[in-house]
Each structure stands twice: as C-alpha cells, then as structure tokens.
Design a binder for this molecule. Structure first.
Ligand SMILES: CC(C)(COP(=O)(O)OP(=O)(O)OC[C@H]1O[C@@H](n2cnc3c(N)ncnc32)[C@H](O)[C@@H]1OP(=O)(O)O)[C@@H](O)C(=O)NCCC(=O)NCCS
Length: 166
C-alpha cells in the first residue's frame, strides 16, 4: 500500500458521533478534598482525558493539548456520586481541532444529574518528530452541528488573538 493511499484514507471525513466519548466513574474518598468534594485538579485531568480520547478517535493521530478555555466548577460533586464526562468534537481546523467536554454529577440513589462544568479544549495533531499532521475533516450535517462549529471558529479566533498578545 502506498503512503499516499494511507494518507487519503486516513483523511476521510468523519461525523462527531463516530468519536463522541462518555466516561463514567464513582468519586472515591481518595479523589476528594476535606469537604468530601472531588478535587478541581482531578476533574481537570478527567476533562483532558475525555477530550483527548474523542480527538484521538477522530484524528487517529498523536496529539498534544494546546489550550483549555476558562473553566468553572458550578456545583460540587460529592464522594459516592458518579462523575460523567461527555466529549464531542465541535470543529476541525487544519492540524488542530476543538472538543467540548460537559461534566455532570449523578446521585447514585436518585439519579439526579447536574451539569457541573463545560470545557472547550484544543488539541494539535503531531508526529513523533514534532511535525504537524493534517486532521480528517468533520462532517457537519445538522443545524445544531453548524452552529456549534461556527461558535468554535469564533472561540478559536479569540484564543489565537490572546496567544498573539502574549
Ligand atoms: C500546541 C503547540 C503544538 C502549538 O505550536 P505552535 O508552533 O505555536 O503552533 P503552530 O503554528 O504549529 O499551529 C498548529 C496548529 O495549532 C493551533 N494552535 C497553536 N497554538 C494554539 C493555541 N494556543 N490555541 C488554539 N490553537 C492553537 C494553530 O492555530 C494551528 O492550527 P491549524 O493547523 O488547525 O490552523 C505547541 O505550543 C506545544 O507543543 N505546546 C505544548 C503542548 C503540551 O505539552 N501540552 C500538554 C501535554 S500534551
């Protein structure tokens, strides 16, 4: 098989549903602060993991995290609750892509769910020598997907503006 055939097949467009990722785990005492709430750093780690998995599934490439947009913790997640992370690719650029990760708490006994964080991360596809790698395009079909991708483009412009200002 020639290199170009491999590359063109690898760059076949994909739907967001093909890489959408859900991670669920129980919050254990080891993950918690003295109040019995999950540590912010642990949530950030899980957000990075869920986002990376969705982006790996889309790109099938090595990746580095380039940016995490500002993050808020809206409600605590208690020991014994479930933490649920849902990641979906929102927009693909050339060698970078954006992923949205929504974090929920779920009470195990009642099933009550709350959105506790929403994060937007940018990953860059790289090879083992540090070179950039093109990413397969995202198939954008529905009105909602189009809106989400337009919003991602606006966020990207803001990010690059901030980066340039440093
Ligand atoms: C992220 C990194 C690869 C960007 O390198 P760079 O030389 O500044 O960026 P490039 O000019 O090569 O741009 C590559 C792509 O990344 C995008 N990009 C770069 N910095 C970005 C940022 N801060 N936010 C969003 N996108 C960014 C560019 O827009 C470009 O996207 P495109 O090809 O889709 O248009 C580099 O800064 C790096 O390696 N950072 C450390 C990453 C890391 O260690 N992460 C944590 C562990 S994985």
């Amino acid at each position: 098989m020639s290199g170009s055939a491999t590359t063109s097949r690898a760059l076949e467009p994909k739907r967001a549903s093909e890489s959408a990722t859900e991670m669920v785990q129980v919050v254990l005492p080891n993950d918690a602060n003295p109040l019995g709430f999950i540590l912010g750093g642990t949530v950030m780690h899980l957000i990075d993991m869920a986002g990376a998995i969705a982006c790996h599934r889309h790109s099938r490439s090595l990746l580095v995290t380039a940016a995490v947009d500002d993050l808020q913790f809206l409600h605590p997640i208690k020991v014994g609750d479930l933490i649920i992370l849902k990641a979906r690719v929102t927009c693909v650029f050339t060698t970078s892509l954006e992923v949205q990760v929504d974090v929920f708490s779920e009470e195990t006994l009642t099933g009550r769910r709350m959105l506790t964080s929403r994060a937007f991360l940018t990953f860059v596809a790289v090879d083992r020598t540090g070179g950039r790698v093109p990413i397969p395009p995202l198939i954008v079909e529905t009105e909602d997907e189009r809106r989400v991708c337009q919003e991602a483009q606006a966020r990207r412009a803001e990010r690059l503006k901030k980066k340039g200002a440093r």
